[in-house]
Ligand binder design. Sequence first.
Ligand code: GDP
Ligand code: MN
Length: 394
Amino acid sequence: MNLHEYQAKELLKKYNLPILNGKSYIKKLEQLEIDVNYIKGPPWVVKSQIHAGGRGAGKFLDPFNDKGGVQIVNTKSEVVNVANGMMSNTLITKQTGKAGKEVNRIYLEEGCQIEREYYLSILIDRKTSNLMLMVSDAGGVDIEKVAENTPNKIQYINFNDLSNFNIPDTLMQKLKFNDDEFMQFKMIVKNLCIAFIELDASLIEINPLVVTEEKKLVLLDAKINIDDNALFRQPELEKLKDLSEENQLELEASQNDMAYIKLDGQIGCMVNGAGLAMATMDIIKQFDKEPANFLDLGGTANKERAIKAFKIIQSDQNVKSVLINIFGGIIHCDMIASGIIEAIKELNFKLPVVVRFQGTNASKGRDIINNSSLGLFSIDDLSEAASKAVELSN
Ligand code: GDP
Ligand code: MN
């Protein structure tokens, strides 16, 4: 789950991290006209809140000036004008795709004088299963570009001891910090690690972390991803979810405990188990077509769930055929077969469907599919089934 920058900053403030004063606005800006008198400035920084990075270098669909989604302004009236120009406008950045994202939330923050910009993130290093700090003095810009062009400018520190988050002194020179700045840096890293663990984050990214002209380190941007699998024990965080930022179909699936990710292809996939879903997508690609989605029905693939899954696949206009690939284990293929048939009848589902069963009661399942007279294709071999689904999509 993604958070907005202002939400991330509000959370991080509780961990004693240096964050400037700011206020957020959802849809309406009346209060901003009052607040600007109480937030320190000039300069002020007006920031579009969308779930995508690259806002600073982004462009508005309806350009009201020649600047991007993060603007530094010097008068109160300009703050109001810029905020109004951003609100309800569409911001297009490198991460939004061509369609851009509608800005429904604005964050107004006091400005600061930047001397140097750093990149900093805390994440899980999958190789060592440790918490890891990634930091670079080439901050403020695309870290992907830094990684590609000047990889030696990124430092990686593994924390295998979660009781002290020890940072080697050699980092001070590599990052060109003086003693006092390095002290501040170590404190920031420690507090971010504690926040990471307590919030069940999967990523905390600060880009940029800056050193101001007064030699103070400040977190100017903040991105937090929360591990979806931990939301059950983070009810307060789940409340922060901005539903307007979520893909509606993905949201519906997650409310039904199914894993659904929309993709750009034409073959709808319905599968039980994530590994099988991956293999199914791979094999579709081998036949030179793209899957329309990743959909894992989960372990209890009954009629109700089949109906929900068909509904989700049906509402994707790109889907031209459906490949159902089920491995019967605890759940029996014949039960799923009945579920599929009832779902197709109930929804009057018209797209061609190929079903492949393996495992418990697979042959009984095939019989049910073949005797259904709904024109479904039952094919045992996965390659043949995928190739048939591809053929039917043309
Ligand atoms: P992003 O483009 O979506 O990553 O948005 P950021 O929050 O990182 O803002 C983009 C850039 O605006 C930052 O990298 C900073 O260089 C600049 N910026 C943000 N806040 C301030 C500020 O208070 N003062 C100054 N001078 N620049 C700022
Ligand atoms: Mn940033």
